[in-house]
Design a protein around this ligand. Structure first.
Ligand code: OOG
Ligand code: NI
Length: 464
């Protein structure tokens, strides 16, 4: 009998739910954040019928409430490599290269995520994955110690590796194998309250950089946050302190707009958690480690390289201005940001015509009627102004290095906002990964172009 495989989308959905349950149990403050998000989302839906219809069209409240992303940090190339294979079983592929050395962080990263529009619609769960750059540890002795510790660990269970191999050979997993795979893989991301280094090693790693201590001192890459989607991030940010959560000072990304762009995100700061070091055996001598937090996100339209350049420029201006004006009567960062972004058109049609953002084109009801009668020959713009074709914003599915750096920083108790010389090394990252990372812009552009071709073909059937 041929065994039927479950879809990779199904495995990803199952994995997302299992990670969510584990993390809510591990970090009760995260469960509180999820409660805030649920409240804000149901209130927003109740108050706004346009939002309600949109959410229903996207699959309803359970799709809305599934987590959108999480993040991990791995220590060596082999770990990145095996996780790339594990995520592929769940239809998650590396997209984008993020060089975080510009923010003084000794890591570079990618995001594993679904690629196709239908897979994203079912469950867009992404894992932002950072790889430690050992060569960024200046102290040679410490670099060798860290390398030595990392060389001894295996972060994926033997059974999970067997199941990954099975999935690769057979192009999928059966239902029971998929369940076993998810529960085995969960072990990789579980928290370890016992460190695998002694307290003095921990301290010297931390002195180099808190991120290095977080990556090297434990048996595995614990999930460090999960991020649900919230429909009103400003309101959720306001509510955090009311539930005893300590939010970071400002929301990362663009300001609030009528036509949302890219990604806005904020987090409650990482908790100071008790850990036991390898040389401690008495509860009283428990040490502390800061790693795990909770985040929320709200996404807008994907920008073209031109739109992204404008976004980067305006954001940099706002950051510069706010660091120069540090008097009590000076404007808040939020007001400066809002002022700067006046220069970014807040109108779908203008953004589209100026080539600032990506859109998905589809036939309107009238367009469908015309397609059946055939014979038209018009440009895309004419078809849009005649009401035969409509342009729908394509949602941004990726991350933003400046925002990511802000999220890292607020959770490492570091206020260092300096920019460092870039030390990007995508080629090395891809070699360690064992695959190339896909270019996010190319993915959005392809989606946009396919949709245009489809519309034109349906409306201009004669010879084009
Ligand atoms: C990852 C921070 C990046 C985001 O949402 O930008 C991130 C980390 O702290 O490991 O998750
Ligand atoms: Ni995040």
């Amino acid at each position: 009998m041929v065994q039927t495989h479950v879809s990779s989308d199904h495995i990803r959905q199952h994995f997302t739910a299992a990670m969510s349950k584990m993390y809510r149990e591990e970090v009760p403050a995260y469960a509180d954040l999820v409660d805030i998000v649920d409240d804000v989302n149901s209130e927003t839906i109740a108050q706004n019928s346009e939002v309600r219809n949109k959410i229903e069209a996207e699959g309803g409240i359970s799709t809305l409430n599934a987590e959108r992303h999480g993040a991990i940090r791995v220590g060596k190339p082999e770990e990145l490599h095996i996780l790339r294979r594990a995520f592929a079983v769940m239809g998650m592929f590396p997209v984008g290269y993020y060089d975080l050395s510009v923010a003084g962080l000794p890591v570079h990263s990618t995001a594993f995520r679904p690629i196709k529009a239908d897979a994203l619609a079912k469950n867009p769960f992404r894992i932002f994955t950072s790889l430690l750059r050992l060569d960024h540890i200046a102290d040679e002795k410490l670099r060798n110690i860290a390398g030595d510790i990392l060389s001894k660990r295996q972060i994926v269970t033997n059974r999970a590796i067997e199941l990954i191999e099975q999935a690769e050979i057979k192009s999928g997993l059966s239902h029971s194998q998929a369940e076993e795979f998810v529960s085995e893989l969960l072990e990789t991301f579980r928290w370890h309250s016992k460190a695998c280094v002694d307290v003095s090693t921990y301290k010297s790693l931390k002195d180099q950089h808190p991120l290095i201590a977080d990556i090297v001192s434990f048996a595995g890459p614990h999930i460090n946050h999960l991020t649900p989607r919230v429909l009103d991030i400003d309101e959720a940010q306001r509510r955090m302190p009311l539930r005893g959560l300590n939010p970071k000072d400002s929301i990362e990304g663009p300001p609030l707009r009528k036509c949302p762009i890219l990604l806005r995100q904020t987090a409650f700061k990482a908790l100071n958690e008790a850990v036991k070091f390898a040389d401690e055996n008495d509860e009283d001598t428990m040490g502390k480690h800061t790693a795990r937090f909770g985040e929320i996100e709200q996404r807008g339209i994907a920008l073209t390289p031109k739109g992204r350049a404008l976004y980067d420029e305006l954001l940099a201006n706002a950051k510069n201005k706010s660091s120069q004006t540090d008097t009590p009567e000076s404007k808040s960062y939020f007001d400066i940001l809002k002022d700067e972004f006046q220069a970014f058109p807040d109108d779908w049609d203008v953004m589209r015509k100026e080539g600032l953002a990506y859109f998905y084109y589809q036939l309107t009801q009238a367009g469908k009627v015309d397609a059946n009668s055939g014979g038209l020959r018009q440009s895309l713009e004419a078809l849009i102004s005649d009401g035969l074709v409509e342009a729908i914003p394509i949602t941004y599915q990726d991350f933003l290095p400046v925002s990511a750096a802000g999220i890292f920083r607020s959770n490492l108790s570091s206020n260092d906002e300096k920019l460092y010389a870039s030390d990007a090394n995508q080629a090395q990252f891809e070699e360690d990964l064992g695959a190339t990372v896909q270019d996010p812009f190319a993915l959005y552009e392809m989606q946009q172009n396919h949709s245009i071709e489809k519309c034109l073909k349906m409306l201009n059937p004669v010879g084009c």
